[in-house]
Design a protein around this ligand. Sequence first.
Ligand code: HEM
Length: 210
Amino acid sequence: MLPSAVAAWIAGSGSLLVLFLLLHLAGVSLALLQPPAFEAYATALHQSPWLLPAEGLLSAALLGHLGLTAWKLVANRQAGNRSALVSRRADRWGAWAARSLPLSAAILLLFLAVHLAQLRWPRPPAGLELARLLEVLAQPWWALLYGAAGLAAGLHLLHGAEAAHRSLGLLNPGNGRAIRMAGRAVALLLGSGFLLVALLLNGRAVGWLA
Ligand code: HEM
């Protein structure tokens, strides 16, 4: 595959994952704000006929994103390119996030393995989704890992938003600033959103939050 096509697929699959994370944050926020609505939402989701295809699409996006990134890394190394060599970026936050990509990716992968083993395989029985979530997040280390994963997702996106637009050929001098600002806003929303939800649910679970 051409390197530009690989970059475009990495960008496309990454965008799908960001969309999932935005919906996921909205869904899990209900656990904090409207517990009965969260339970009803989880039950409706599990009975939905499109859940299985959506999970298939999400898994394909995740595996594609990881596999193609690995392919690109190997190709870059063979060509003698290192991410540390040059940065085309004028913004310090974006350059820092780009350098931290291996760290944010490692935290996200570790988190996902733990997270899916806790809440997806097996899935909690109907009506017990919130109870299972609170049982997990009552453990301070798990709450910290969930919070760290939120921050890692935000950091990953701080680089990814601009990079994805560049790879898809959508970044130009006229819209660069708007894309950077929008990327930062979504990164901040996801990073602080998941961190807050994890910490406040820990408070609910152990009693320091009413
Ligand atoms: C405060 C942080 C988070 C909470 C409380 C949370 C909660 C949950 C819950 C309750 C489920 C089970 C949904 C179900 O039963 O269908 C779930 C599934 C899942 N979560 Fe999270 N999550 C958090 C953060 C994240 C993050 C940061 C990611 C990605 C990096 C993520 C990725 C997933 C995935 C891939 C699934 C499986 C979706 C499916 O197959 O239906 N979660 N999460």
